[in-house]
Design a protein around this ligand. Structure first.
Ligand code: ZN
Length: 311
């Protein structure tokens, strides 16, 4: 008799979990490495999962240092999702510290990675190997919505493997989100097509917009390389300033998660009135203009269109 009671109770619990939306306590704990990815994961996972983001809004994943709370989040997670392409150089050690044994899903798997821009130019005589932990790829693939469609499908597949009962929901959520991304992409392409090629030039803090630039034919010139953890040489800064002057580029943008100091200096020395702010590697906080990926893209595109017309 005693043997059967727990079994029937278990079956009842399984049936409930399948037929009802999960309450907050039952949601599957999933960790995403940074805020933009956290939003994409939440869109695909819907109410079956609870997403914890390690690198928060307006924070810089390139120079992230995990805190004890982050180790706790990873140790409790059933799934960890990363961007990949060398973006989260700190994740392996963090997963070890957390004794995490689950899968680490690479959201960018299968996309066509761009090589990082002029890596050699950002190396200096005193460089150390820390600077190379990002690898050879440019990690900022999320700046092209077509890549984010791939992210969403990879995430849906990983969640379905972890939670087969939700496979259908994840696939549907993923496809609904992909449709929104497709709409965003078509709108953006149509907007940029109205601006002459010669005007599509932008100055930013670091090389976060190469995928965006390739997709919409906008040229981005940056003071720093693909990571924010290295400083450009005086010669590189001087070259950039000369280029801004000779090409009369007026569109200059700060980034929400980068230190503005270097760009302020460049703006001053090249006589450009510093422009607005682009959301590069992180969302804004909840009340800001970019609390989710779709808003982030619409905001950035609006800012860029306003400024490049002045070039
Ligand atoms: Zn970056």
């Amino acid at each position: 008799m005693n043997l059967f009671r727990p079994l029937s109770a278990l079956l009842a619990a399984v049936t409930l979990a399948v037929s009802l939306p999960a309450s907050a306590a039952e949601r599957i704990p999933v960790v995403a490495s940074f805020s933009i990815l956290g939003d994409i994961v939440a869109n695909v996972g819907g109410d079956r999962i609870a997403v914890t983001t390690l690198v928060g809004p307006d924070e810089d994943a390139h120079v992230f240092q995990p805190a004890p709370d982050d180790i706790k989040s990873v140790s409790r997670a059933k799934l960890v999702v990363v961007n990949g392409l060398g973006f989260e150089g700190w994740m392996e050690r963090l997963a070890q510290s957390a004794n995490y044994r689950g899968d680490i899903v690479v959201a960018s798997a299968g996309i066509k990675a761009r090589e990082r821009v002029a890596e050699d130019e950002h190396e200096h005589a005193d460089h150390d190997h820390e600077r190379h932990h990002h690898g050879k790829d440019d990690p900022h693939a999320w700046q092209d919505p077509q890549n984010v469609i791939v992210y969403a499908r990879n995430i849906a597949a990983a969640l379905a493997k972890l939670d087969p009962a939700g496979a259908d929901a994840y696939r549907k959520n993923g496809e609904a989100y992909a449709a929104k991304l497709q709409q965003l992409d078509s709108w953006a392409a149509a907007q940029f097509a109205q601006v002459p090629d010669a005007k599509r030039k932008v100055i930013t803090s670091h090389d976060a917009f190469e995928y965006f630039g390739a997709r919409y034919k906008v040229r981005f010139l940056a003071a720093q390389g693909v990571s924010t953890d290295s400083e450009p040489s005086a010669k590189e800064v001087a070259t950039l300033i000369r280029q801004i002057r000779s090409e009369k580029i007026k569109a200059l943008f700060f980034e929400n998660m980068s230190n503005p100091k270097l760009l302020q200096q460049i703006a001053r020395e090249s006589g450009v009135t510093a422009g607005g702010k682009l959301y590069a590697d992180a969302l804004s906080k909840a009340g800001g203009p970019a609390p989710d990926y779709l808003s982030l893209m619409r905001y950035n595109i609006g800012q860029l269109l306003d400024k490049i017309r002045l070039n």
